[in-house]
Ligand binder design. Structure first.
Ligand code: SF4
Ligand code: SF4
Length: 199
């Protein structure tokens, strides 16, 4: 099943994903009017800064099994199978913070939200843009990300691409090292591979 895959190596720290996420979870779905809403919509994806100031888009991994689901005392957290979404029901949430204490990724926040009854503070996190997906749209953060730091695809496809990229990087380095004398055939193969440049 397709999921949002994070590629931190491409993140520019522009926070477009955060803006798009907040707008996608607003009443008006408009950048200009959303800021006037009560409650002001907040992003469910959080871009943090690394050691060198580089961005890291942090969002719920929709773990399976999900520690937050196990820890939730009121049974407010369940999985929506159609989109493999770990979902928090704001009506059942009692705001006890058990879920955020066990979440290894620090992606749960507590605030007012349009999904909850007026004025109620509830646990809020990425809902996989479940409603958008049901309507055939991709998640808002992926749509907004122009540097491909967020993609919506089969995770296995993304991992295969990373494996091939790593292999290419490694081989471009090993190509520079000639095989020992007596390995003429191997040297010839390396030469051809370098010329083909399949990566
Ligand atoms: S998938 Fe949707 S809810 Fe989740 S971080 Fe992206 S925009 Fe926000
Ligand atoms: S909130 Fe945390 S523990 Fe729960 S599914 Fe998301 S990443 Fe996993």
């Amino acid at each position: 099943m397709k999921q949002v895959v994070v590629h931190p190596e491409y993140c520019l720290g522009c926070m477009q994903c955060m803006t798009a996420c907040a707008i996608a979870h607003s009443q008006t779905h408009s950048l200009f009017y959303a800021v006037l809403e009560d409650p002001v919509p907040k992003s469910r994806i959080h871009v943090g800064a690394g050691l060198f100031g580089e961005g890291f888009p942090n969002r719920c991994r929709h773990c399976d099994p999900a520690p937050c689901m196990t820890a939730c005392l009121s049974g407010a957290i369940s999985r929506i199978p159609e989109t493999n979404t770990v979902y928090i029901d704001p009506d059942k949430c009692i705001n006890c913070a058990s879920c955020s204490m066990v979440c290894p990724f620090g992606v749960i926040r507590y605030h007012k939200d349009i999904s909850a009854i007026s004025g109620k503070i509830t646990a809020v996190k990425c809902d996989n843009c479940h409603e958008r997906q049901i309507q055939g749209q991709i998640p808002a953060c992926v749509e907004a990300c122009k540097s491909n730091a967020l993609t919506f695809e089969e995770p296995s496809e993304a991992m295969k691409r990373k494996t091939n990229k790593t292999a290419c990087t490694m081989s471009s380095e090993t190509m520079k090292i000639p095989a020992a004398s007596g390995f003429d055939l191997l040297n010839a193969v390396k030469k051809v591979q370098a010329e083909i440049k399949t990566c």
